[in-house]
Design a protein around this ligand. Structure first.
Ligand code: AVJ
Length: 320
C-alpha cells in the first residue's frame, strides 16, 4: 500500500492486559494507594494530555518548543547529522519536527506506550517528512525495554522531551538514565527536557487549570480502569488534587475519595475512606545543577544546557 506506509515499521512491545491488571491491583493494595502515571495514556488520556499542552497555565510544552526553535540547529549539530534517533515518549511527535530538517536521521525510532496515538503520529510524520525512515515501537520505558535497533547501527542519539523524566523519583530516574546510556553506547548523546524548580503559584496553576482539563486527565485513569478492567469507580466520588511538595521538589497529583466507599476492580474489592487518596503522579522539578549531578551519577557528562529567557524550562545535551 503506497510508498509512504512502507517507510513505517511497527514493533509492539506493549505490556499485556495481565501486566496492567497486576500493576493496578498491586498499587491499590499498598497502604498509600497509588497508580503509575503511564496508565494515563490510553487513547482518551493521550488526547487529554495534548489538550493540557495547549492550556494557558501549562507552560512546559510551549516553553520547551520555544527553546527547541531558538537552538534546534545547534542541538541537531550536537546529536549528529544522519544519526539513529530514538525518541522516548514521542506522543504526537511534534517537538522532534523542530530538529528533523537539520538532523536528517538515518532512522527515527519513536517509542510510546500509547499504541493508537503512536501509529497516528508516525503516519502524520511520514507524510510531512517523505524521506524519513520510521520504526515505531510501542513500549513501556519505565522498566527495562526493548528497541528495534540493528546491532551495527552506531551513532545513536536519544531525545526525551517534556520533562517526562520528572515522573520518576530520583533513584528511578538514575536507573532509567543508565539504561539509556547503555543503549546509546560511548559517545552517544541524549537531548532531554527538564522542568525547572520555580515559584509554587506558577507550578500549582499548571496542574490546576481553570478549565479542568488536568482534572479530567487525572479522572480518566479511573474511567480507563472501568473500561478495561471492568472496575466500578464512580467518577463523581473522586476529585482531582495537585500540589507542590516543596521538600521533595515535586508536583503530586492525587485522586481524593469524597466519601467512604468500596470499589470493585478486576474482581477485588478496595475500601476508600473519606479523604483517602490514590497517588497518581509525581512530576519532579530540578535545579540545573541538581539535574546535571543526577545525570553524572548515571554515567553522562553534561555538554550544554539551554533555557528560556524566564528560566522556566531547560533542555540538556548529555554525552555518554
Ligand atoms: C508528561 C509527565 C511531563 O508532569 O507535567 C501534565 C504530565 N500531568 N499535567 C507533567 C502531566 C499533569 C506531564 N509529563
Amino acid at each position: 500500500q503506497g510508498c509512504l506506509r512502507s517507510r513505517i515499521r511497527f514493533f509492539d512491545f506493549h505490556p499485556t492486559m495481565a501486566d496492567v491488571r497486576a500493576e493496578v491491583l498491586d498499587g491499590l493494595s499498598h497502604p498509600h494507594k497509588r497508580l503509575p502515571p503511564k496508565l494515563f495514556y490510553d487513547q482518551q488520556g493521550s488526547r487529554l494530555f495534548d489538550a493540557i499542552t495547549e492550556l494557558p497555565e501549562y507552560y512546559p510544552t510551549r516553553t520547551e518548543i520555544q527553546i527547541l526553535r531558538a537552538h534546534g540547529a545547534a542541538m541537531a549539530e550536537r546529536l549528529g547529522r544522519g544519526c539513529v534517533l530514538i525518541e522516548l515518549g514521542s506522543g504526537s511527535s511534534l517537538k522532534i519536527q523542530t530538529l528533523l530538517a537539520v538532523l536528517q536521521p538515518r532512522v527515527y525510532i519513536p517509542v510510546d506506550i500509547s499504541k493508537a496515538h503512536l501509529l497516528e503520529s508516525a503516519q502524520a510524520l511520514a507524510e510531512r517528512f517523505p524521506g524519513l525512515s520510521i520504526r515505531a515501537a510501542c513500549a513501556d520505558y519505565s522498566g527495562p525495554f526493548e528497541l528495534p535497533l540493528d546491532p551495527d547501527w552506531r551513532d545513536r542519539a536519544a531525545f526525551f522531551p517534556g520533562s517526562s523524566i520528572g515522573n520518576f523519583d530520583p533513584n528511578e530516574a538514575r536507573a532509567f538514565l543508565k539504561r539509556v546510556a547503555r543503549v546509546l553506547g560511548p559517545g552517544g548523546r541524549l537531548l532531554i527536557g527538564v522542568d525547572l524548580k520555580k515559584a509554587r503559584a506558577v507550578l500549582e496553576a499548571a496542574y490546576n487549570d481553570a478549565q479542568g482539563v488536568t482534572a479530567a486527565f487525572n479522572l480518566n485513569l479511573l474511567a480507563r480502569l472501568n473500561r478495561e478492567l471492568g472496575a466500578d469507580f464512580e467518577l463523581d466520588a473522586f476529585r482531582h488534587h495537585a500540589f507542590f511538595n516543596e521538600e521533595a521538589s515535586r508536583i503530586e497529583m492525587h485522586l481524593v475519595s469524597r466519601c467512604n466507599q468500596r470499589v470493585r476492580v478486576a474482581g477485588q474489592v478496595f475500601e476508600f475512606r473519606l479523604g483517602e487518596t490514590i497517588h497518581t503522579e509525581n512530576s519532579y522539578k530540578y535545579g540545573i545543577q541538581d539535574f546535571q549531578r543526577l545525570a553524572r551519577s548515571a554515567g553522562f557528562v553534561s555538554e550544554q544546557v539551554w533555557t528560556d529567557p524566564k528560566d522556566l524550562f531547560s533542555v540538556h545535551c548529555l554525552i555518554v
